[in-house]
Ligand binder design. Structure first.
Ligand code: FFO
Ligand code: ATP
Length: 208
């Protein structure tokens, strides 16, 4: 698969461009995040089943070839929902390699508990502190490591428990990786950065 450029305004005609700059005003940043989420969710709804399957396969291929997964024993990942870049084949591949996989369980207060995919049962929110790699969902990521999530703040809370030496990698579609020099994602102080990103065509270290 060829490597597309990171997304720039010209490449994102479906998105409102005024959602992409950062201002110090919290309400304004929240509003920009909201509009950006709406645009990306609507683009995700337009993806057909065939391309979603191809994305799932491609993400597994990119990540199994990624050095961040070499030698890992325990990984936190997510079970993809419709519209998200798929993790079905990646999870199967991790299972084949006998990697312990922690999956998130949403708690009533919006925080995340964790359970092993092969031995369900709550391990507690701190279980994420004991993994070798965290693979997180995102609606968008920029090349400086800023991440836009679904808006619950769940991963921001969970990532606060991850030691600094543990890399955090987000998975997005190619057109959801933005060039930070052109279109930085809006963030607030609680937002946790990611150190790497995977798309169906490649993975990258980010300048977080
Ligand atoms: N696969 C997956 N699992 C996850 C998350 C995630 O983003 N993706 N989470 C991340 O924190 C937590 C659960 N929180 C979530 C919050 C919202 C939506 C969601 O699907 N939202 C709707 C839009 C809702 C709206 O319009 O307000 C959507 O995407 O269509 C999913 C998960 C933990 N598990
Ligand atoms: N560490 C935290 N503790 C408590 N609340 C938090 C924390 N981090 C974020 N929040 C709250 O969660 C809400 C949503 O945050 P934000 O819009 O950044 O979510 P997100 O990063 O898109 O979602 P997610 O992390 O679930 O993918 C905000 O109101 C924020 O104040």
């Amino acid at each position: 698969m060829s490597t597309p450029p990171v997304t720039t305004p010209a490449a994102t005609p479906g998105l409102a461009l005024d959602t992409l700059s950062v201002t110090p005003d919290v309400l304004e940043v929240e509003a920009r995040k909201h509009r950006l989420r709406r645009g990306i969710r609507s683009r995700r709804l337009d993806r057909d089943t065939g391309s979603a399957r191809a994305v799932d396969t491609a993400v597994a291929r990119v990540l199994t070839g990624c050095p961040l997964l070499a030698g890992v024993h325990r990984v936190a990942c997510y079970t993809s929902r419709p519209g998200e870049p798929g993790t079905r084949e990646l999870l199967a591949e991790l299972e084949r390699h006998e990697v312990d996989v922690l999956l998130p369980v949403l708690l009533p207060d919006g925080d995340l508990d964790w359970e092993l995919d092969r031995h369900p049962g709550p391990l507690g929110p701190d279980a994420i502190a004991a993994v070798d790699l965290v693979i997180v969902p995102a609606l968008a990521v920029d090349t400086a490591g800023r991440r836009l999530g679904q808006g619950g703040g769940s991963y921001d809370r969970a990532l606060g428990r991850v030691p600094a030496r543990v890399p955090v990698l987000a998975v997005v579609h190619d057109d959801e990786l933005f060039d930070a020099a052109v279109t930085p994602l809006p963030t607030l102080p609680h937002d946790r950065p990611v150190q790497a990103v995977a798309t169906p065509s490649r993975w990258l270290w980010l300048a977080a």
